[in-house]
Design a protein around this ligand. Structure first.
Ligand SMILES: NC(=O)c1ccc[n+]([C@@H]2O[C@H](COP(=O)([O-])OP(=O)(O)OC[C@H]3O[C@@H](n4cnc5c(N)ncnc54)[C@H](OP(=O)(O)O)[C@@H]3O)[C@@H](O)[C@H]2O)c1
Length: 258
């Protein structure tokens, strides 16, 4: 019988796990902790050198590739098929965060397409392409790394919060559609985390969570089969978005960037 995470929560040992964007930040910390638990972790990212270093540091396997490129997605998955024959957990983590002036930035058109491609389209197309490999697992799961800004529009980053809102909706629809196939869909919503991505935020605006603490909470959420992991201040953001949305939006509109 196929066990879904819905019945048991995830046993985080001896799993085959793909972490997109596993070469740095949250993805690197996820990789470090998951390898330490005895899982086989495959990391992908565009910068082959950075990825090889991450693999050397953590004991993960590296497959360089751009998640927005269909051929790269196919190649990454066929390498996993050839080496491991199955995928137990796909962690859609790779992302970018672009702060700019929608009207005056000379690269706005290119930035809109790039951010939607990486943050929104790629996790969904990769998930669809990975289904045959996930179905070979006894306990398959997909984890989307979303964000607390799925619940509030963040004016300084005109497209980013929209991509996370889209992923939040799609995580729910895919959870519903894939559950009958034994595939559990989970979502982790970090607050601001102390990685390269958050370095564009002026530090006194937000308290940044440490990646190691965040990942410890995510792994606990996976063990408990928490479908929507509201991490750190994301819990407050979600509830504020319900009871005082205009106030919350004004607070986010004050965010300053380097
Ligand atoms: N840091 C925060 O405050 C925060 C808060 C909430 C949610 N998040 C989310 O958490 C996730 C990880 O963020 P982070 O803070 O760890 O960012 P990060 O340190 O900038 O790492 C992002 C990773 O994604 C990879 N990546 C980017 N574009 C890619 C592409 N097209 N194909 C393959 N890999 C790609 C990058 O590697 P290459 O450049 O080598 O490709 C990098 O390793 C993102 O989805 C982000 O939106 C972050």
């Amino acid at each position: 019988m196929t066990l879904s995470l819905g019945e048991t929560g995830l046993d985080l040992t001896s799993k085959i796990i793909l972490v997109t964007g596993g070469g740095s930040g949250i993805g690197l910390e996820l990789t470090r902790q998951l390898v330490a638990l005895g899982n086989t972790v495959i990391v992908c990212g565009r910068d082959a050198e950075k990825l090889a270093e991450a693999a050397r540091l953590t004991g993960a396997q590296a497959i360089a590739g751009n998640v927005t490129v269909a051929d790269d997605q196919e190649r990454i998955l066929s390498d996993i098929q050839a080496q491991h024959g199955r995928l137990d957990l796909l962690i859609n983590n790779a992302g970018i965060f672009l702060a700019y002036d929608f009207k005056n930035d000379p690269d706005t058109l290119q930035k809109i397409e790039r951010e939607i491609a990486i943050n929104a389209t790629a996790p969904l197309t990769l998930t669809r392409r990975a289904l045959p490999l996930l179905e070979k697992s006894a306990q398959p799961g997909v984890l989307f790394i979303g964000s607390g800004v799925a619940f509030v529009a963040s004016p300084g980053t005109p497209i980013y919060s929209g991509t996370k809102a889209l992923i939040h909706h799609c995580a729910q629809t895919l959870r519903h559609q894939l559950q009958p196939h034994g595939i559990t869909v989970l979502e982790a919503m970090p607050p601001v985390v102390d990685t390269d991505m958050a370095s564009v935020l002026k530090s006194d605006n937000f308290k940044k969570m440490k990646p190691a603490d965040l990942v410890r909470d995510i792994l606990e959420g996976l063990r408990r089969n928490q479908t929507e992991m509201l991490l750190g201040q994301s819990r407050q953001i979600k509830w504020m978005s319900r009871i005082a949305p205009a106030f919350l939006f004004r607070q986010f509109a004050k965010t300053e960037f380097h």
